[in-house]
Design a protein around this ligand. Structure first.
Ligand code: P6P
Length: 339
């Protein structure tokens, strides 16, 4: 029966990526293999995060768990899992992780053509109170077949081949773009498979929510302060926006992608480059937003045009519904004219 078809015609993420790959006959399946290893990492972290409360995986490194083993902190453990999964894929040459000060150059015997930048467990300070956290990743192709150098990862976000995040919350949701739109997959724990649940995600053109840490208001610059003021006291008679701020980027961005609105982490006097990291927070989320019909702005330029000079560089970011980001771009442009 047609009604049953969707239940038996399981579109797993692996099948989905293989379908995508079939559109590129020249590809040798390397990307599919790489993605499968990222998915494996996400499944492991999902399982560890869900057990965290029980197995005392949370808290500081050095604590012992019920088995008396020394426990690694969840983000340290997640990082090790992703690094091992990515190296063992045999398809990577450089890895940049939020957890590692230096980039990892993969041994020539295991080297492939892809560079992966990732935050293995973003928002991990929220684990202990059960707030959703996530893995964020972006994938570059190395510039050309030479000895890999940092230049292969210090590329503007627009050069990314793919980006995505996996959110560990009430369900485990993986949102991915390979440059042809955005698709969401939900882990079916009974199958251990990510199933396509959100095909072709498009962000509403305008939203009713703004998402920012109001606690930093005293340090904001003019355009950000003016924009937030407009959200709260609109002059054009429209209704004010709601404030939703979870403080976990993956959760705030996921809500913005599905419901619309704008997420802001502005520069402020204390942190002139903002707080979020360019390579593995700003670029992947900006890539997804553009692919979903939204946009992402740094206060000075299109976020994906930024050329990073350091692997842990930060940038202010305003991302979300196209029209909402347009509004704050106008305020920064007006400020620029005054200078
Ligand atoms: P603040 C979490 O620590 C994080 O890196 C992001 O996930 C989140 O968006 C941001 O920092 C929250 O920062 O300064 O508002 O607590």
């Amino acid at each position: 029966h047609a009604a049953d078809a969707h239940r038996t015609d399981l579109m797993t993420i692996t099948r989905f990526v293989l379908n995508e790959q079939s559109k590129h006959p020249e590809s040798r399946g390397d990307f599919t293999i790489l993605l499968n290893h990222i998915v494996l990492g996400c499944k492991f972290v999902c399982s560890a995060v869900n057990k965290a409360g029980l197995a005392k995986l949370i808290g500081l490194a050095g604590e012992t768990n019920v088995q008396g083993e020394e426990q690694k902190k969840l983000d340290v453990l997640s990082n090790e899992v992703f690094v091992k999964a990515l190296v063992s894929s045999g398809r990577t040459c450089i890895l940049v992780s939020e957890e590692d000060e230096e980039a990892t150059f993969v041994d020539p015997s295991k080297r492939g053509r892809y560079c992966v930048v990732f935050d293995p467990l973003d928002g991990s300070s929220n684990i202990d109170c059960g707030v959703s956290i996530g893995t964020i990743f972006g994938i570059y192709m190395m510039k050309d077949n030479h000895e890999p150098t940092l230049d292969d990862v210090l590329q503007p976000g627009k050069q990314m081949l793919a980006a995505g995040y996996c959110m560990y919350g009430s369900s485990c949701t993986l949102v991915l773009s390979t440059g042809e739109g955005v698709n969401g997959f939900t882990l079916d724990p009974s199958l251990g498979e990510f199933i396509l649940t959100h095909p072709g995600i498009k962000i509403p053109k305008k939203g009713k929510i703004y998402s920012v840490n109001e606690g930093n208001a005293k340090n904001w610059d003019g355009p950000t302060a003016k924009y937030v003021e407009k959200c709260k006291f609109p002059k054009d008679g429209s209704s004010s926006k709601s404030l939703r701020y979870i403080g976990s980027m993956v959760a705030d961005v996921h809500r913005t992608l599905l419901y619309g609105g704008i997420f802001l982490y502005p520069a402020d006097k204390k942190s002139p480059s903002g707080k979020l990291r360019v390579l593995y927070e700003v670029f992947p989320m900006s890539f997804l937003m553009e692919q979903a019909g939204g946009q992402a702005f740094t206060g000075k330029q299109r976020a994906l045009d930024l050329v990073p000079t350091k692997i842990h560089e930060r940038s202010p970011i305003f991302l979300g519904s196209f029209d909402d980001v347009e509004d704050i771009k106008a305020l920064y442009a007006a400020e620029g004219k005054k200078e």
